[in-house]
Design a binder for this molecule. Sequence first.
Ligand SMILES: NC(=O)c1ccc[n+]([C@@H]2O[C@H](COP(=O)([O-])OP(=O)(O)OC[C@H]3O[C@@H](n4cnc5c(N)ncnc54)[C@H](OP(=O)(O)O)[C@@H]3O)[C@@H](O)[C@H]2O)c1
Length: 176
Amino acid sequence: MIARAPSTAPNSELARPEILFVVARADNGVIGRDGDLPWRLPADLRHFKAVTAGLPMVMGRRTFESLPGLLPGRRHIVLTRDPRWQAKGAEPVRDVLSALSLAGGDRIAVIGGAEIFALFLPHADRVLLTEVHDTPAGDTILPPFTGWRETMRVDHPAEGGRPAYSFVTLLPPPAA
Ligand SMILES: NC(=O)c1ccc[n+]([C@@H]2O[C@H](COP(=O)([O-])OP(=O)(O)OC[C@H]3O[C@@H](n4cnc5c(N)ncnc54)[C@H](OP(=O)(O)O)[C@@H]3O)[C@@H](O)[C@H]2O)c1
């Protein structure tokens, strides 16, 4: 399971942006396959667009390279260990603190993939999770948010050959 670090609590750290996770995860934990999403869910893409609108997005280099292109109106802050890596529209950074200080502002969206979610988990303030009610094959797995508290859920039925899905909001476990 993904465990949130007890309270070296980011909330008690010096001022930093609110850290929002935006992630779609299948019931078996799969979030990716062959550098792409394992499903086509237009409603989730619209949801993603709406909740990340205007926010700096922080992502791993592999997720950046999986995007169909730059997403308008949002900064693309990209974690990489390669000091030479660059790409048009990307702002490369080497670690979490650099990503946060480069992002600035009140809120950032951490958008994956699995490596970057694991890296930022101890600092996450809220998860906007799309539960995809399916069990696709995949090579990128995100463990469950065990202990996180569900504060909102909107369920959508399967339709037109697409799986059912739920938009869920999670808040961190109570501090130990
Ligand atoms: N379902 C969803 O919501 C969702 C969201 C996002 C992505 N995905 C899927 O997930 C897959 C990609 O995820 P992934 O976990 O393989 O890769 P990722 O997290 O997107 O990126 C991994 C890369 O980030 C960099 N990195 C990782 N840890 C770092 C650290 N501590 N410091 C600096 N840089 C670091 C490295 O880049 P370098 O190799 O350049 O050093 C590493 O190769 C794709 O299939 C994508 O479609 C799904």
